[in-house]
Design a protein around this ligand. Sequence first.
Ligand code: GAL
Length: 386
Amino acid sequence: MKKKLLSVLMSAAVVASLLAGCGAAAGTAAPAADAAPAATEEAAPAADAAADTAAPAASNGKKVAVAMPTQSSERWMHDGANMKEQLEALGYEVDLQYAEDDVQAQVSQIENMIAAGANCLVIAAIDSDALVNVEAQAKDAGIPVIAYDRLLMNTDAVSYYATFDNKGVGTKIGEYIVQHCGATPDAPKTIELFMGSPDDNNAHMLYAGLMEQIQPLLDDGSLVCKSGQLAFDDNNTLRWDQQTAMKRCEDLLTRYYADEDLDICACAYDGLSYGCMSALEGAGYTEANWPMITGQDAELMATKHIISGKQTMSIYKDTRLLASKCVTMVQAVLEGAEPEINDTEQYNNGKIVVPSYLCEPVPVDKDNYKEVIIGGGYYTEEQLAE
Ligand code: GAL
């Protein structure tokens, strides 16, 4: 019950922030209100307010079903809202559903979407391997499937993939660490890695990009990982879960950093950064010995942490852009239009190489957040000051 209330409050808060923040720049107001299925009665005022602002275009009779992983992370709320808004603007009917990181719930949702007569499925998977059967069902029913941000693995039922350059995310986090940590063989720094979910292809690609950058510094002794947990199998975080990262960080601090500070938390996602921050605070870290902490998604809270100095950097991924690329793919499969593709090599899902559009991830820190994030209309100065 408590959890549901929290979810409702969070949903309402995100709706409010979307209304305040992206409305002018991205026009996300109306979809944000509808993007929160858990926010029923309590969030109704926000939904009503939003409904007044943008009436959807007349239906073109086609239904697009969008399956999203979770409302517990701010970014997926933005993604869902942007997809809904942009599809509705083209006259599609949209069935947007979140599965709260429950793999089986997502399978059931997609089954129901197929049964309800969806013309196209857009899926951001929780577990990219777990949807093989339901994707085959869609294919049998003649329903095209588009992978949203996370690659759908081991299926030939997927037509296109819209994402960010996932290896590039890791490369940019790695480059940032190399350029800013100041480690040398004579003055080494300690580092621990907090990587993403093993059932998400993005996490593996990010890890590969990151390791390529930091490996030379590990080899020459500039960077030292005292736990030795450098292999992805040892440092991944199932479901990108904040609590799991917090517990692992607590454990590492106790076991390996009793006598020496941890200097760098290489986190693959803002949620993991928050987990590390709690562990570090609990272990008594202060401004004087606070480590460099990386992240991904440039969530509102992470951006505030960047301003306050608690988080060092994040990777900004403009979800409005991602949605717009994905929408061109929906149009391609439904209207026979030509979607823009810029990668036909990297994304082999085990069955086929999926034609993809990779958006560019942008590193943000205290020096460029104003230009990139505020200038880009993603958050307003007021939102970041609250
Ligand atoms: C990944 C995505 C990241 C982050 C993470 C947790 O698939 O690439 O940007 O959002 O999921 O939600």
